[in-house]
Design a protein around this ligand. Structure first.
Ligand SMILES: [Zn+2]
Length: 237
């Protein structure tokens, strides 16, 4: 085969694997990609899809969420904060939208449906309320991403929808609690959070300490306070 033919052959394989990846979003495209393309632009996407599959198989319980989040970050070579949550979900194939919702208490929506592709240009969408603060928007994305990993039953269904409201009783539901705990661990990994807390803490000043940590982790002050409780960290000297 001369160079010209090889180039065309590679282009052909590239298109086939992209097609398989987009259509099935896993195995077939991944195998094709691995066979022909090592370490190129699609690698991060493949890593993310594979990691999600492994996490879905390995972790399930609420108490395993710290390990699940840590595993994902490690697989994606992310060791600093703020966690690039938009990039992560985009690598998982999602289109992220910020929009104004009629219902102000609605924080976000996740929609997985092939039917959406023709109207919205993507079959995997996470929409967040642009009226929420940026930190909360990031948390919402991570929350919906958790549903995608743990609650979307790929074997039984090809569609999945979920809405995230913060002022509902439903945040007490086990799946919602798990999604929130995963999101907290993904955006505020325990080891990094403890380290930053020890360096940033302003003794006896909850407001100042929370504000500093919220800025570092790019989350809301409310999320920082919950995380401080979860990790048993106190500002009182
Ligand atoms: Zn939810």
């Amino acid at each position: 085969m001369n160079f010209h033919k090889i180039k065309h052959f590679y282009k052909f394989c590239h298109l086939i694997s992209l097609y398989l990846y987009n259509k099935y979003n896993e195995s077939a495209g991944v195998i094709m990609y691995r066979l022909f393309f090592n370490g190129n632009e699609g690698e991060e996407k493949i890593m993310c899809v594979e990691a999600i599959k492994e996490i879905n198989e390995k972790y399930n319980d609420y108490n395993q969420m710290p390990d699940a989040a840590q595993y994902l970050l490690k697989r994606l070579n992310i060791s600093t904060v703020p966690t690039p949550i938009v990039k992560i979900v985009q690598e998982a194939g999602f289109s992220v939208r910020r929009q104004q919702f009629k219902n102000e208490s609605l924080s976000g929506i996740i929609a997985i449906d092939e039917e959406l592709k023709s109207t919205l240009g993507s079959s995997k969408i996470i929409s967040v309320n642009n009226q929420d603060n940026l930190g909360h928007q990031r948390f919402t994305i991570a929350h919906e991403f958790a549903h995608y990993i743990f609650d979307f039953d790929r074997a039984k269904s090809i569609t999945y929808y979920d809405t995230y409201c913060t002022d509902d009783d439903f945040i007490e539901k086990p799946n919602e609690k798990r999604a929130n705990f995963f999101a907290a661990n993904l955006l505020m990994p325990a080891d990094l959070f403890k380290k930053e807390f020890s360096e940033q803490v302003v003794p006896n000043d909850m407001y100042e300490t929370t504000a500093k940590l919220a800025k570092i982790f790019q989350v809301s002050a409310a999320a920082v306070k919950i995380r401080l409780d979860e990790l048993g960290l106190s500002v009182s000297g």
